[in-house]
Design a binder for this molecule. Structure first.
Ligand code: NAP
Length: 301
């Protein structure tokens, strides 16, 4: 039997409808959500990401503002520019499009963002809150993984989850969110001995390694729900970290690439932007609570 395909585009359109309504409501309460997108190139990956995020924002009614520091911008200048966005009450959220130019230290730049406007969970303060299980803005890809699990009502409580990858943007926050949702979580990385032995134990397998086809059919068990965060450009096009064709017949559910985590990730940046605007109007909806998945008939199995 073939796995259930977890359709990220369908999840994204559902969230899109919800966001459009919430934007209308927050606007009616006197707050126009605005997302500042700081980008560092005109044609490269940072510009492509900024353009696509801007289009998506506009489509739900969020006003995108592109901020383009000059080539070679120094940290002091950037500090002033991001500081101005932090102080501007009309800006709900701030995203710094990556990659950053080589002369800038990414953690230093990201830490300039006001944590209350940090709608992609990029600041150390929000990373700490996520790790503690406190309400926070969360890195969008990690939140997208939880949104997919929640939408498809995949049981999490008491389940064995294995995360492949330990980056600050995906692996670590996903692991924290899964722990918070009461999964039993293992985080793996390049130094993990016998990766296949660990991934075979997973009932939920989240892969964020940046390695095409890292996860092959012999590395999973039949009950596994597999969430592939990978986006790898290959001569055959964009592929994930999972061998989708080989796994689809042998697991219980799987996300495709493209069309899985990616479209939901964009929506999660917008979700958190709308939340930031809602908070300013006193409409509070903590992110971590929202993405808790309570349904589980087999907890403790
Ligand atoms: P990253 O910073 O390069 O981290 C990769 C992680 O995977 C590291 O922790 C690394 O282990 C681990 N890893 C790499 N090869 C491995 C192997 N053979 N066995 C076990 N672990 C291995 O990458 P990232 O930023 O987390 O991104 C991961 C993937 O997600 C990429 O394909 C990226 O394009 C994609 N991504 C997608 C979205 C989205 O919107 N869907 C957003 C962000 C990223 P070590 O720590 O030991 O080096």
């Amino acid at each position: 039997m073939s796995a259930r395909v977890l359709d990220g585009r369908a999840v994204a359109s559902r969230i899109w409808r919800d966001l459009s309504q919430r934007v209308a409501a927050v606007e009616a309460a006197g707050e126009q959500p605005r997302l500042a997108i700081v980008r560092f190139d005109d044609r490269g990956p940072s510009a492509v990401y900024a353009a696509s995020l801007g289009r998506a924002a506009r489509s739900v009614g969020i006003d995108p503002i592109e901020v383009t520091p000059p080539e070679g911008v120094q940290l002091s200048d950037l500090t002033a520019r991001i500081g101005a966005l932090n102080r501007d009450p009309s800006i709900s959220g701030i995203v710094v499009a990556q990659p950053l130019p080589a002369h800038l230290d990414a953690p230093t730049v990201l830490s300039l963002i006001d944590p209350d406007k940090d709608v992609d969970g990029a600041t150390p303060l929000n990373a700490g809150r996520v790790a503690r299980g406190d309400p926070a803005f969360v890195p969008a890809t990690a939140l997208a993984v939880m949104a997919i699990l929640r939408t498809y009502e995949i049981p999490i409580v008491g389940r064995r989850a294995v995360v492949v990858g330990r980056s600050a943007v995906v692996g670590r926050p996903v692991a924290s969110l899964l722990v918070e949702a009461d999964a039993t979580v293992m985080v793996t990385h390049r130094r993990t001995r016998n990766l296949a032995r660990e991934t075979r134990r997973a009932e939920i397998l989240v892969v964020a390694a940046g390695q095409p086809n890292l996860i092959r059919s012999e590395m999973v068990n039949r009950s596994a729900v597999v969430i592939d965060c990978g986006i790898n450009t290959t001569p055959d096009g964009i592929v994930g970290d999972v061998d989708f064709a080989a796994l689809r017949p042998v697991v219980s559910a799987i996300t495709p690439v493209p069309g899985g985590v990616g479209p939901v990730t964009t929506m999660m940046v917008l979700e958190q932007t709308v939340q930031a605007a809602e908070r300013r109007r006193g409409i509070v909806e903590p992110v971590l609570d929202m993405f808790r998945v309570e349904t589980d008939t087999n907890a403790g199995r």
